[in-house]
Design a protein around this ligand. Structure first.
Ligand code: ATP
Length: 441
């Protein structure tokens, strides 16, 4: 292991035996001391599994990893002392005060009373919670809870901090505050190395020295944000079409666009995606539940047919969610249920799935058409040619947007689909822009 690398993984692999899932596929990582390193990828890419293996929480199936020069497989205790972890699922005790939560952790790490007292005060100050130390955690806001979890991860002065989706479900202002704290930690005296997983583009862009894009358990790109964007030099043109009856012509249009001189890459988005909004109507007697957390959990469940079957059987709410989900999501879920599983699906859902599969399902919902994203050398020069191609097919265009590459475009380029969330859905911004322009006229 090279001295300057505080995290090093070689051929790291994870297979979940129970589901025969290859979650992490032979990846190599070298993370320098003092770096903020982001693992960016869609749900199910393998980010959490990767950091869980590095953090000694999950056994490594194959390959090897070192942290702070300790072998993750053979020296787990030494590794654990070198790292702090903040996981996606909150793990604080709401019935305990802020300070008490930290106290418990410090005791587990075998710290003396004096050490505990000093260190807890220090970390509480670091995350601006010193004035909330005696408040019960159940009365904390989402952002305060996250900050307390970060503080807890820092008590034993780790060399490396793992943050798994640290701002998931938080509002934009709170996210910014957490980002500031993360930067302070990294740049401060401790110069702590931070490995963060996220599916927020902005988060990776804002925080990370280097970004590693993961998909299907593999690393598909790894560089600084600047360099990743530079690889896509030129312009990006997004064209949103009106709803199309015959989507079969799209591959043909795309291949024609690819032939235009100066066009480097063309990818197809699906327009309004069911992923972005899972309608959730929480019962009024569950006020303490964070809907964003539930949504995140639901996204996970919705990508696994076995989990879905269990959820549908156990919870009426899960069945209602399917019924009120956007059509795209219903289609995606329907595709997961082949002949082997369809008979286990509850009757009301089975009826919908069968209709969808037979093309008989109708919904009043307004859909938007497909979006083609074209990476080209010079948008101004290539746009007329692109329009000419489209004109041959008599298609109606709803929006056109031209811009320099963003991290989202880099992701689209490598993964072939966009990670969608409220903050990164550019098409929404484009629409807003165009509407504003029309209003001004
Ligand atoms: P997310 O952002 O949703 O947390 P992720 O990138 O962290 O996604 P992982 O949670 O690491 O992805 O999951 C990677 C793959 O492994 C997925 O296909 C997931 O369904 C699968 N997986 C995760 N945990 C288990 C488990 N305990 N048993 C079987 N398969 C699992």
């Amino acid at each position: 292991m090279m001295e300057e690398n505080i995290i090093e993984a070689k051929n790291l692999t994870k297979i979940y035996e129970n589901g025969d899932v290859l979650a992490v596929d032979n990846i190599d990582l070298s993370i320098k001391k003092g770096e903020i390193f982001a693992l960016l990828g869609p749900n199910g890419a393998g980010k959490t599994t990767t950091i869980s293996m590095l953090a000694t929480i999950l056994p490594i199936t194959d390959g090897d990893a070192h942290i702070n020069n300790y072998n993750v497989k053979n020296q787990p205790d030494k590794v654990r002392k070198s790292i702090g972890i903040v996981f996606q699922e909150p793990s604080l005790d709401g019935e305990m005060k802020g300070r008490e939560n930290l106290e418990l952790h410090a005791i587990l790490y075998g710290m003396s009373k004096k050490e505990r007292h000093d260190k807890i005060n220090e970390v509480l100050k670091l995350v601006d919670l010193d004035n909330k130390a005696e408040t019960f955690v159940k009365n904390y806001s989402g952002g305060m809870k996250r900050r307390l979890e970060i503080a807890r991860g820092l008590i034993h002065e780790p060399k490396v901090l793992f943050l798994d989706e640290p701002t998931l479900g938080l509002d934009p202002q709170t996210r910014r505050k957490i980002w500031e704290k993360i930067k302070e930690l990294n740049k401060g005296n401790s110069n702590i190395t931070i490995l963060i997983t996220t599916h927020y583009m902005e988060e990776a862009d804002e925080l990370a020295d280097r970004i590693c894009i993961m998909d299907h358990g593999k690393i598909i790109a790894l560089d600084t944000s600047k360099n990743l964007k530079r690889q896509l030099s030129g312009d990006i043109i997004d064209i949103e079409f009106d709803i199309m009856e015959n989507k079969m012509i799209l591959p043909k249009i795309i291949s024609e666009m690819n032939e235009i001189t100066g066009v480097k890459h063309v990818s197809l988005g699906e327009g309004k995606s069911g992923d972005e909004e899972i309608p959730i109507n929480l019962p009024a007697n569950m006020p303490n539940i964070n809907p964003e957390m539930i949504k995140a959990r639901m996204r996970k469940i919705m990508s696994d047919p076995k989990e879905l079957l269990t959820a549908w059987k156990k919870f009426p709410m899960a069945r209602q969610m399917f019924e009120s989900a956007p059509l795209d999501m219903k289609k995606k879920i329907s595709n997961m249920f082949g002949e082997d599983l369809i008979d286990q699906v509850p009757e009301e859902i089975k009826a919908i799935i069968i209709k969808i599969k037979n093309g008989e399902y109708k919904e009043n919902e307004e859909e938007s058409g497909p979006i083609i994203s074209i990476s080209c050398e010079n948008g101004g020069k290539q746009l007329p040619m692109i329009m000419q191609k489209i004109n041959n097919y008599n298609l109606i265009i709803n929006n056109i947007n031209m811009h320099h590459p963003t991290l989202e475009d880099v992701f689209l380029h490598h993964v072939g689909m966009a990670i969608r969330d409220e903050s990164s859905d550019r098409m929404k911004d484009v629409k807003k822009h165009i509407q504003m322009r029309q209003l001004r006229r």
